[in-house]
Design a protein around this ligand. Structure first.
Ligand SMILES: O=S(=O)(CCO)c1ccc(-c2ccc(C3CCCC3)c([C@H]3C[C@H]3c3ccccn3)c2)cc1
Length: 238
């Protein structure tokens, strides 16, 4: 494992997020707030210091792509502006490894909130499926707020959000009966997207919840469609 001071935290948070995502939406604590075809979005209403910090969990099933492809495009900074419509600026501050970056993002102003930025490490990893041997490996991408000397907290300029986000993907293959090669028609990717965003500064709770309700479904729908379009007619990456 790379000898970087953040590595123990990256390892711990990534595996914690994997377990958290795999809990699914049991227990009746999750409120379904948006549905679109296979995509179901749940939230829990929580406040920290009077700020709405509503954990979000979305489950979705996408045909024709693998978990490796889905998490690759989620992780890759090179394509982020192609699907992240709320992004204004992005800078890779540090490349810790080819699967681990530190990124500074400035998001567009989302009325009535003032403009915000996010500084986080971003990591993607394949996790062997420990429960089901003949299942495909699980892929996880995780973004978690961090500090960095090149992005000092803004001393009053921009509000910095704190976030922990994960995208966990499990691919299944329905093999063609007659032993023909596997094509994208035989692929199904089950996705769990989890996010906890602390807005970092005052936003009216009702307004923030309205923004979440509008932005998250749009975001996940657009992102998954982007990956399907990118992968269509391309060789499958397992
Ligand atoms: O999954 S990622 O890592 C993808 C890489 O970009 C991610 C996702 C979401 C955010 C984010 C950052 C700021 C806000 C708010 C807080 C107060 C005002 C802005 C929100 C809330 C508004 C919700 C939202 C959800 C989805 C997209 C945009 N907006 C979300 C950041 C990163």
């Amino acid at each position: 494992a790379p000898a970087h001071p953040l590595w123990p935290e990256i390892e711990r948070v990534t595996l914690e997020q994997l377990q958290y995502a795999r809990l699914g939406v049991e227990g009746g604590v999750w409120q379904l707030f948006a549905e679109d075809g296979e995509m179901k979005m749940y939230k829990r209403e929580e406040e920290v210091d009077g700020l709405a910090v509503d954990p979000l969990k979305a489950v979705h099933t996408v045909k024709g792509v693998t978990g490796r492809e889905m998490t690759h495009y989620f992780f890759s900074p090179d394509v982020r502006f192609e699907w992240e419509t709320t992004l204004e600026q992005m800078k890779v501050l540090e490349t810790i490894a080819d699967d681990t970056l530190i990124i500074l993002q400035i998001h567009k102003r989302v009325w009535p909130a003032s403009q915000r930025d996010a500084l986080f490490w971003s990591h993607v990893r394949r996790v062997p499926n420990d429960t089901d041997r003949d299942a495909q490996d699980i892929w996880i991408a995780c973004n978690h707020s961090t500090e960095h000397h090149e992005a000092p907290s803004n001393e009053g300029k921009m509000v910095r959000v704190a976030l922990t986000v994960c995208l966990v993907c499990q691919t299944s293959i329905e093999p063609p009966a007659d032993g023909r090669p596997v094509t994208r028609d035989h692929l199904t990717c089950k996705i769990t997207y989890c996010s906890v965003v602390n807005p970092g500064g005052w936003v009216p709770t009702s307004a923030l919840r309205a923004v979440y309700k509008r932005e998250y479904p749009k975001f996940l729908k657009r992102f998954t469609q982007y990956v399907k379009d990118r992968c269509d007619k391309q060789p499958i990456l397992f």
